[in-house]
Design a protein around this ligand. Structure first.
Ligand SMILES: NC(=O)C1=CN([C@@H]2O[C@H](COP(=O)(O)OP(=O)(O)OC[C@H]3O[C@@H](n4cnc5c(N)ncnc54)[C@H](OP(=O)(O)O)[C@@H]3O)[C@@H](O)[C@H]2O)C=CC1
Ligand SMILES: Cc1cn([C@H]2C[C@H](O)[C@@H](COP(=O)(O)OP(=O)(O)O[C@H]3O[C@@H](C)C(=O)[C@@H](O)[C@H]3O)O2)c(=O)[nH]c1=O
Length: 295
């Protein structure tokens, strides 16, 4: 299959590209800036630098690729940035997604969209696919709006909701786990929130789940996340145990003490039973994911 992947320079996107290449697909990786990967020796790999919120360059990219499948991972993915730069967040996360859908329509591409547990309000927790979105941040609102556009698409779509992705970056940005491991190793004082609940997702599991959807072209909404629910402080404690460091300076705080810019769902977390039954999704435990991330 010819697969067009957006956000390929990103933390998650780089793993999606690696997995699809390993599965033998022809991968057209795209990002706004230049290729950061070392995949260019692979005959099934091409890189296209394109801003998906620019209709003209995107039209040329699609005319060149004519993809069977689009995996749209690109986004303005930091909730605090989205809260303060809301027009940029809308242009990237909503308008950009609509531009991709309009171009995909011309080639009847199957469309896979990366979404988030941040579309929920965090009152209930452990959300199922059929639960009603009610975002508490502008980032979450842009992803909910983009989901609505994807659901109008007529040539086959899947929405992959995930949460708190972690792992060893290939070349994309770091993540909470790699950041906190550094604070623990270097004994830096750091306050970590202990009243938010998340289902941390090992990045290779997420890429595997997406690869299963690419292979089967299974339509619908899927929660692809980890199987354990923890607070970020509990995760930090597990990181310290995994590193065998007890004299670290990580301290628990409440979300009100942390004073994050964007509001985040208190009880996040995604129920993954549908992915387990429909996609044969089998995520590792958080401790297994940590070992792979920290080794
Ligand atoms: N990481 C997480 O914990 C979670 C992530 N998600 C979702 O998963 C997806 C991937 O997240 P993640 O890998 O962490 O994000 P990153 O911030 O690591 O990567 C985002 C990517 O999007 C690209 N991008 C942004 N704007 C544009 C644009 N206008 N045109 C082209 N490319 C653009 C960036 O390109 P460049 O670097 O070249 O500028 C970058 O490659 C996102 O949709 C995010 O919302 C959902 C839940 C949790
Ligand atoms: C910076 C900072 C964060 N934290 C906590 C807040 C948060 O719960 C956790 C992770 O913070 P981050 O800013 O890395 O991630 P955050 O933006 O909270 O994570 C979100 O990312 C986007 C893309 C999503 O879609 C969500 O699913 C979720 O993964 O760390 C602290 O406890 N102390 C700190 O000083």
């Amino acid at each position: 299959m010819k697969v067009f992947v957006t956000g390929a320079n990103g933390f998650v996107g780089s793993y999606i590209v690696a997995q699809l290449l390993a599965d033998g697909h022809e991968v057209f990786a795209s990002s706004r800036t230049g290729d950061l990967s070392s995949f260019n020796t692979n005959k099934n790999y091409r890189f296209i630098q394109v801003d998906f919120s620019d209709p003209f360059s995107l039209h040329d990219a699609f005319e060149f690729v004519q993809p069977d499948i689009v995996v749209h991972s690109g986004a303005m993915s930091r909730p605090d940035d989205c809260e303060i730069k809301q027009s940029d967040a809308f242009d990237t996360n909503v308008f950009g997604t609509v531009q991709l859908l309009l171009n995909a329509e011309a080639y009847k591409s199957f469309f896979i969209f990366l979404s988030t547990d941040f579309i929920f309000d965090g009152e209930k927790g452990m959300y199922k696919e059929e639960d009603k979105p009610a975002p508490v941040s502008y980032y979450g609102k842009t992803k909910m709006d983009a989901e609505e556009a994807v659901m109008e698409y007529r040539h086959g779509w899947a929405i992959v909701r995930t949460s708190f992705v972690y792992g060893k970056p290939l070349y994309g940005r770091g993540n909470f786990i790699t950041m906190i491991a550094d604070k623990i190793r270097t004994k830096q004082p750091f306050n970590v929130v202990n009243d938010q609940l998340r289902t941390p997702t090992y990045v290779s599991d997420l890429a595997n789940g997406i690869a299963a959807i690419v292979k089967q072209r299974t339509g619908g909404v899927f929660n692809i996340a980890g199987k354990n629910i923890l607070t970020p402080f509990e995760m930090a404690q597990r990181v310290a145990e995994s590193l065998g460091i007890s004299d670290h300076l990580i301290r628990p705080v409440t979300k009100d003490e942390l004073k994050e810019l964007a509001q985040r769902p208190l009880k996040g977390g995604l129920d993954i039973n549908k992915a387990i039954s429909d996609l044969k999704y089998e995520p590792v435990s958080f401790d297994e994911g940590l070992r792979a991330t920290l080794r």
